[in-house]
Design a protein around this ligand. Structure first.
Ligand SMILES: C[S@@+](CC[C@H](N)C(=O)[O-])C[C@H]1O[C@@H](n2cnc3c(N)ncnc32)[C@H](O)[C@@H]1O
Length: 392
């Protein structure tokens, strides 16, 4: 796939502040302070426009881990779907709505806020499902359905799970349109954290010490400048790690049951928790990686379908969300790494993910660092995921 057009979601509004408390870094970049203040409605409109292009849908549907997990998660719940009504929140090109119809749903309401709803309509027609799949344009918050539904399906997950803040739309739809005791597909999500030694970053940081060997010019004096440029910012990066980059046993720091009352307020206030790791061995620690999994109800199977974005599993388009420290910290076996992580919407743009990190590595003093999702990493990643085995 060629490099898709990237649509940037401006992070600035400026007025409400970056709010970084005694951090190493992470205040509002100057450019952000100069951007115009936008209303929540305008930001939502810009967000939906990101989904009006084909590239993002191509990337999602080509992600076999994602789409196969949804297909399997829906099919295994055929008994709950048969002759029932379904609301697909953010139907995109309509694929999940059609999976639900194929699993036996009597009526599917495919609600889509971006103009891609027109393509969903075509796909539904091509599959001769117009009588059962009704495409409804508009935000789910304002669309009127003719009835309450038995099931809600949605693929709402962003980078680091909560980037895009789409889960709040699903929770809004749950409160308004889901029958008492209705089913949510998927039903829950879990967030994981681990300290990392990023081997790709390590090679980059070591580059300036190697220039002399190649060209006979010693450029090693640029090492600390390079470290500041590459690690000293407060952006959440989206990159795929491998299992060997993980420096300690990962920990689940938040569990979101989508049926839980009050979850929408938890998301606004910030989800997170404390952590404590014991490092595996001697390595430069570069920061932390965040990833997630979502779980479907078991349906007719022994084990639930789990869609995982772990670095120990086949790569997805979500990859992992990385939080770099300002510089590498050497750890040895059993070095104690502790602290607290909180994920919340950015103050100046509720669609952007923000992370607040407090951490202590070994004997070093405790530090804090505030992060926001990298601008331009809104919907598109840099590389298409490898075709991977279907989730089981
Ligand atoms: C991650 S995509 C998933 C698309 C499709 N369900 C799939 O699995 O391929 C999310 C979609 O939800 C739409 N969306 C986000 N928030 C929405 C809202 N509040 N109401 C309706 N659609 C929404 C976006 O425009 C986008 O097309």
């Amino acid at each position: 796939m060629s490099q898709p057009k990237r649509q940037k979601l401006e992070s600035g509004g400026g007025g409400e502040g970056g709010g970084a408390p005694e951090e190493e870094d992470g205040g509002q970049p100057e450019a952000a302070l100069l951007r115009p203040r936008r209303s929540r409605r305008e930001r939502d409109q810009m967000y939906y426009e990101c989904y009006s292009d084909i590239s993002v849908h191509e990337e999602m549907i080509a992600d076999r881990v994602r789409t196969d997990a949804y297909r399997l998660g829906i099919m295994r719940n055929w008994a709950a779907l048969r002759d029932k009504t379904v609301l697909d929140v953010g139907a995109g090109t309509g694929i999940l709505s059609i999976f639900c119809a194929q699993a036996g749903a009597r009526r599917v309401y495919a609600v889509e806020a971006s103009s891609i709803w027109q393509q969903a309509q075509e796909v539904v027609r091509l599959n001769r499902l117009e009588d059962r799949v009704h495409v409804l344009p508009g935000p789910v918050e304002t669309v009127e359905l003719p009835e309450q539904v038995d099931v809600i399906v949605s693929e709402w997950m962003g980078y680091g799970l909560l980037h895009e803040s789409m889960l709040s739309s699903v929770l809004h739809a749950r409160a308004k349109w889901l029958k008492e005791g209705g089913l949510l597909l998927p039903a829950s999500a879990e967030l994981f954290l681990a300290p990392i030694s990023d081997h790709t970053l390590d090679l980059r940081l070591g580059f300036w010490s190697q220039v002399k060997q190649i060209y006979g010019v010693d450029m090693s004096c640029l090492n600390s400048f390079a470290t500041r440029c590459i690690m000293g910012h407060g952006e959440i990066l989206v990159q795929d790690l491998c299992g060997e980059d993980v420096l300690a046993r990962p920990q689940c720091f938040a569990q979101l049951d989508l049926a839980r009352a009050g979850l929408e307020h938890e998301l606004e206030a910030g989800v997170g928790g404390r952590f404590r790791f014991s490092s595996y061995g001697s390595a430069p620690m570069h920061g932390f990686a965040i990833w997630f999994q979502v779980t479907f109800p078991k349906g007719d199977s022994e084990k639930p379908v789990v869609l995982s974005t772990s670095p120990f599993q086949p790569v997805t388009h979500w990859k992992q969300a990385l939080l770099y420290l300002n510089e590498p910290v050497q750890v040895e076996q059993d070095t104690d790494i502790s602290g607290e992580i909180t994920l919340l919407p950015a103050q100046d743009n509720h669609r952007l993910l923000r992370a607040q990190l407090r951490y202590k590595v070994g004997d070093q003093e405790e530090k804090t660092k505030d992060f926001t999702m990298e601008d331009g990493h809104f919907l598109f990643s840099q590389r298409p995921p490898q075709a991977a085995r279907p989730a089981s």
